[in-house]
Design a protein around this ligand. Structure first.
Ligand SMILES: [Zn+2]
Length: 284
């Protein structure tokens, strides 16, 4: 370990600055969205079985709700632009823009070179949780997804129902694309209902029992046409373990709602990002 300089404490005492002040982000019109939601009727439902994945589609302007049913259960969510799987949810930039955990009013942003709002969180029944004394909170964009490769590295196991595999199988079934092609489209997730943080002493990623109970839900407004995939994580409520069949696991319900389109007449789907993509060259 290197010797600290004389002014080490003064350097540590420098106050942080927010990397991306988000007051200039395109703001969602939550009151318009909620008025539209009040008019909406259910048009589809998908039940994702425990330790499995399932796909759903939500057109721009529709709402999708993920609900805990039967028992406390964490879900791993992937989103793609329905017409181009290359445009996918970008958990890293969503984290940089909104923070480690997301709730009502926050948006899920898409990958480069697209970077536009994919979905807006309009309701979160766990928003009361806030940040606990361990630095834990709900619905994180700091984790990745449980996967069999990390499981093999750490434990030498061949386990096939990690979220990565569940999402891969679900996407293959939905699109008809080969399994291994789908695997490359699976990406870092929104950890729905999961309670996580980083330990203050070692900075390690931690999880703890999710506060979710049957009936709790998180609901999104689709800012663009979406294909979604959700995995009911083999960690169950993620209070103890994952990457095995040891934890108690429960289904998750996804519902799609169609609003009265007249209430969306002043709204349009997220536009393409305005960066010109010349990257400093004269022409591209
Ligand atoms: Zn998982």
């Amino acid at each position: 370990m290197n010797k600290a300089p004389k002014d080490a404490e003064a350097r540590r005492a420098i106050a942080p600055v927010i990397v991306y002040p988000n007051d200039t982000l395109p703001k969602p019109d939550l009151s318009m969205m909620r008025a539209a939601r009040a008019s909406a009727t259910k048009v589809d439902e998908v039940i994702v079985p425990p330790r499995e994945g399932g796909c759903f589609r939500a057109d721009a302007g529709q709402f999708f709700r993920i609900t805990s049913v039967e028992g406390p259960q964490v879900g791993d969510l992937n989103l793609w632009y329905a017409h181009d799987l290359n445009e996918r949810f970008f958990s890293g930039k969503t984290r940089a823009l909104h923070g480690t955990h997301v709730s009502s009013g926050d948006r899920l942003w898409s990958s480069l070179p697209y970077l536009r709002a994919m979905a807006t969180i309009v309701e979160d029944t766990l928003d009361w949780y806030g940040m606990d004394a361990f630095g834990g909170s709900v619905h994180d964009v700091i984790g990745t997804r449980c996967d069999p490769y990390t499981g093999y590295l750490l434990s030498g196991v061949q386990y096939h129902h990690c979220c990565h595999s569940n999402l891969t199988r679900a996407l293959a079934e939905e699109t008809g694309l080969p399994l291994h092609a789908c695997e490359f489209h699976v990406h870092d997730v929104l950890n729905v209902f999961m309670c996580t943080g980083f330990t203050r002493d070692t900075g390690q990623y931690f999880m703890k029992a999710s506060p979710v109970r049957p009936g709790d839900y998180i609901e999104f407004f689709a800012d663009i046409d979406l294909l979604g995939a959700l995995s009911a994580c083999p960690g169950g409520d993620c209070s103890a373990t994952h990457t095995s069949d040891a934890a108690a696991c429960y289904p998750l319900k996804v519902e799609i709602f169609e609003p009265d389109r007249a209430l969306l007449r002043d709204w349009s789907p997220s536009p393409a990002n305005g960066y010109d993509r010349t990257h400093g060259t004269r022409d591209a």
